[in-house]
Design a protein around this ligand. Structure first.
Ligand SMILES: C[S@@+](CC[C@H](N)C(=O)[O-])C[C@H]1O[C@@H](n2cnc3c(N)ncnc32)[C@H](O)[C@@H]1O
Length: 369
């Protein structure tokens, strides 16, 4: 057991029994010991998983076109804020800023919402020299921007969840406590806010395990309040409430240096803990905030609408040209790029992610419909 895990276990010993959501918030986001806040590299080729933006800059370049469409649908204002939540290593921001047309770039102010100082410093190195880039440590402290887009890739699935099951005819919630130097789960009667969440989302009689997304709902509400006009865009693995009900084991999984597992209480702070976004609850939260929900649409379809096939064709032609002319290295780079582009659209992989949007005072641009 590492110092990080021991530190978190000691903290929980002091706190006594806590909900799984409180445990997950500590394990991922405790200021020094959290999986994300400790500042170690989590995503990318040197980390535990890879995200779309890190696979190939094409992802951010295509999204720069999408953001341009949202900007135009907002009436092409002189100042347009793109607020990215949880930018990780900053790859998405870098490729959006580099891929933006000069029209969009002249209006664009890019805000990275990042609470880890270490990550912020790495993002600043990557974005060095880019104009109109700034940082905020939380959405709630932000004064609403007049026009913009709040965008988050794989952030909802990292929000702390409560875990509920139906046992012997009543709903119980997973709690976490320290025992003999390790962590152990205990089931207690589910509290009213959890029962209320299940009822609101048509999930009051689960057959198996259900994740309750109170923190994600709160994040969506803060995002809805952070702009006056524009769009929210959430890119994530997710499902509707009905589909989640049909997964008796729930959707929670962990990623670490040792691969994928389903034991979040083991080695806390050393693992990512994720679960599918609940689109039914996200839709209800944006609707209650007065926004127009749109989607989810599979990422594959969104990227194709934004021009993925043209990029694939261009990479194919570049490969042929380069190999015929004996420019081996460039030919191989084109082959690698073709593979990366295909992976972004692969239904069983990143292409199977969803894009969920919510419009505030604007029409949904065609690529989101
Ligand atoms: C799976 S990573 C994704 C990183 C990046 N978006 C990417 O695609 O490479 C999730 C990130 O979201 C951050 N995060 C989680 N909750 C957040 C919140 N409420 N506000 C801002 N960032 C958050 C985490 O710290 C983590 O860096």
């Amino acid at each position: 057991v590492t110092d990080t895990s021991n530190g978190l276990i000691a903290l929980i010993r002091e706190k006594g029994r806590i909900s799984f959501a409180e445990f997950q918030a500590l394990a991922l986001y405790h200021a020094e010991l959290g999986y994300y806040t400790s500042g170690r590299e989590r995503s990318g080729w040197g980390g535990h998983y890879i995200t779309s933006a890190q696979l190939d800059p094409a992802f951010g370049e295509l999204w720069a076109r999408g953001l341009e469409e949202i900007w135009r649908a907002s009436g092409a204002p002189n100042r347009f804020f793109v607020v990215e939540l949880g930018p990780g290593e900053g790859a998405f921001a870098a490729s959006v800023l580099r891929g933006a047309s000069s029209d969009l770039r002249s209006a664009l102010s890019y805000v990275l919402v990042e609470r880890s100082d270490v990550l912020r410093a790495r993002q600043a190195v990557l974005l060095h020299g880019e104009a109109d880039v700034s940082w905020a440590s939380g959405l709630s402290e932000m004064t609403p921007h007049a026009a913009g887009c709040i965008i988050a890739n794989e952030v909802l699935d990292n929000q702390p969840v409560h875990i509920v099951e139906q046992q012997g005819g009543s709903l119980v919630e997973l709690n976490v406590e320290e025992q003999a130097g390790g962590l152990q789960g205990t089931w207690l009667p589910a509290t009213p806010p959890l029962i209320d969440f299940l009822t609101r989302n048509g999930m009051e009689r689960p057959e198996g395990r259900i994740e309750v997304h109170l923190a994600a709902e709160q994040l969506v509400r803060s995002a809805a309040a952070a702009i006056q006009t524009g769009a929210l865009v959430f890119l994530d693995y997710g499902a509707e409430a009905l589909e989640l009900l049909s997964k008796p084991e729930g959707t929670l999984v962990c990623y670490s240096g040792q691969g994928v597992d389903d034991d979040p209480l083991d080695r806390p702070g050393e693992k990512d803990i994720t679960s599918h976004a609940n689109w039914t609850s996200v839709r209800a939260a944006v609707t209650a905030a007065g926004l127009e929900p749109s989607g989810p649409v599979p990422q594959r379809e969104v990227l194709i609408s934004l021009g993925l096939r043209d990029l694939m064709q261009a990479a194919k032609e570049e490969q042929e040209r380069a190999l015929q002319a004996g420019r081996g290295a460039e030919g191989f780079r084109a082959i690698a790029r073709r593979q990366a582009l295909a992976t972004l659209a692969e239904p069983a992989g990143l292409g199977g992610m969803d894009v969920f949007a919510a419009l505030k005072g604007i029409e949904a641009p065609p690529f989101l419909r």
